[in-house]
Ligand binder design. Structure first.
Ligand code: FDA
Length: 306
C-alpha cells in the first residue's frame, strides 16, 4: 500500500497541468508546512528565525518544468535576487537550485550562461556557496558535466549525489581529485531498477558506503537525511576516524523533524535547513508526500483550512 501511495505521489509530481494550476492557487493543501512562503521577504524572514535557533539554511526558489528561454532567464534572475537578499539581510544562508529551472531542457548553453550569471552574483554578494540539486536520472550525467566545467572557473559550487544510483560510488571517486563539496542523499525520484537499487535496504547500505567514502577521501560532506540510523552512523564515523566537525554538516528539509534539527545544532553540529519558497511548490510538495505518505493527513486538513 505504502509503495502504491509513493508511486501515486511521484506520478502526480510530474503532472504539468496541475503544476501550472497550482501556481495560481497560492500555498494550498498544507504546503505551507514545508514551503516557507511565496516571496523572497517571507523566505528571508523564515531563515532569520531559523538562524536564531542556531540553524543555518539554504534557500531554494522553487521552479520546475521550464520550457521557454524567458522562464529560464527569469528563474535565474530570481536566484540572483535571492543571493542579493541573503547578502543584504546578513542571514547565514546559501543557495540551492536546479538545472532544469535554468533551462537545461531547452539548451545546455542557456543553462550554463544562467549558471555563470548566478555564480558571478554569488561571488559578488559575499562569495555565497551555490548547490546544484540533483534531479532525475535523465539529467544526472549532464549535471555532472556542467559542474565539471564550472569547477574550472568557480570554487563556490557543488552538487548532490544520490545513494540509490548504482553509479554513485564511481561518481564520488571521480570528484575526489577536485575536493568537491557534495550533498549526499538517498534520492527522491522514481528510477528504473536498471539504474537504481529498487530495495530500500540496499539504498541505505549504499548511502552509508558513499558517506564513508567521501569523508575518508577528505572531502566536505553535507549529509541530508531525516533518518536517525544514518545520523547515528555519521556520528560513529566521526568518532572512529576523528573526522573534524568542520568537514561535514547535516541537512534536513524545512518543516520536517524541526525538533531533531535544533537538537543536532545544540549538540554542536552544523545543521542546515533546506528552505524552499515561491509559487512553483507543487512538484516539490508531491515528492515530500511520496517520501512519507503518512503526511497525507495534513493535506486533508489543508483541504478544509484554506
Ligand atoms: P527516509 O525517507 O528513509 O526516512 C527515514 C526516516 O526519517 C523515516 O522513517 C522517518 O522517521 C523520518 N522521515 C523521513 N521523511 C519524513 C517526513 N517527511 N516527515 C517526518 N519524518 C520523516 N533528493 C534528490 O534526489 N536530489 C536532491 O538534490 C535532494 N536534495 C535534498 C536536500 C535535503 C536538505 C534533504 C533533506 C533531502 C534532499 N533530497 C534530495 C531528498 C532525499 O533524496 C530523500 O528523498 C529524502 O531526504 C528522504 O530520505 P531520508 O534520508 O530522509 O530517509
Amino acid at each position: 500500500m505504502e509503495q502504491l501511495m509513493k508511486d501515486f505521489f511521484l506520478f502526480l509530481s510530474k503532472n504539468k497541468t496541475l503544476n501550472a494550476a497550482a501556481k495560481k492557487w497560492g500555498l494550498r493543501f498544507g504546503a505551507s508546512r514545508v514551503v516557507a512562503g511565496e516571496t523572497i521577504a517571507e523566505a528571508i524572514n523564515t531563515v532569520r528565525q531559523l538562524n536564531q535557533k542556531g540553524l543555518v539554511c539554504t534557500l531554494d526558489h522553487l521552479g520546475e518544468f521550464v520550457y521557454s528561454v524567458e522562464e529560464a532567464n527569469e528563474s535565474a534572475d530570481y536566484c540572483i535576487k535571492t543571493l542579493e537578499a541573503i547578502h543584504q539581510s546578513g542571514v547565514d544562508c546559501n543557495l540551492s537550485l536546479k538545472m532544469t529551472q535554468l533551462g537545461l531542457d531547452i539548451s545546455r548553453e542557456l543553462c550554463m550562461n544562467n549558471m555563470r550569471r548566478i555564480l558571478d552574483a554569488a561571488k559578488k554578494n559575499g562569495n555565497i556557496f551555490v548547490r546544484i540539486d540533483m534531479e532525475d536520472y535523465a539529467h544526472n550525467e549532464v549535471t555532472l558535466e556542467i559542474l565539471d566545467e564550472l569547477l574550472q572557473d568557480y570554487d563556490n559550487v557543488g552538487t548532490v549525489i544520490q545513494a540509490y544510483l548504482y553509479k554513485s560510488a564511481d561518481d564520488i571517486e571521480k570528484l575526489k581529485e577536485k575536493k568537491v563539496n557534495l550533498r549526499l542523499v538517498k534520492g527522491a525520484y522514481k528510477e528504473s531498477p536498471e539504474v537504481a537499487f529498487p530495495n530500500k535496504a540496499d539504498v541505505d547500505e549504499n548511502y552509508k558506503k558513499i558517506i564513508k567514502q567521501h569523508l575518508l577521501n577528505g572531502c566536505y560532506a553535507a549529509i541530508a537525511t531525516h533518518d536517525d540510523n544514518i545520523i547515528a552512523y555519521v556520528k560513529q564515523l566521526e568518532k572512529e576516524y576523528n573526522i573534524p566537525r568542520t568537514q561535514f554538516e547535516f541537512q534536513m528539509l524545512y518543516g520536517i523533524r524541526p525538533q531533531s534539527q535544533v537538537e543536532l545544532a545544540r549538540e554542536g553540529y552544523k545543521m542546515r535547513v533546506y528552505v524552499p519558497y515561491g509559487n512553483d511548490w507543487y512538484g516539490y510538495f508531491m515528492r515530500r508526500l511520496a517520501e512519507r505518505p503518512a503526511n497525507v493527513a495534513f493535506v486533508i486538513k489543508g483541504l478544509f483550512s484554506k
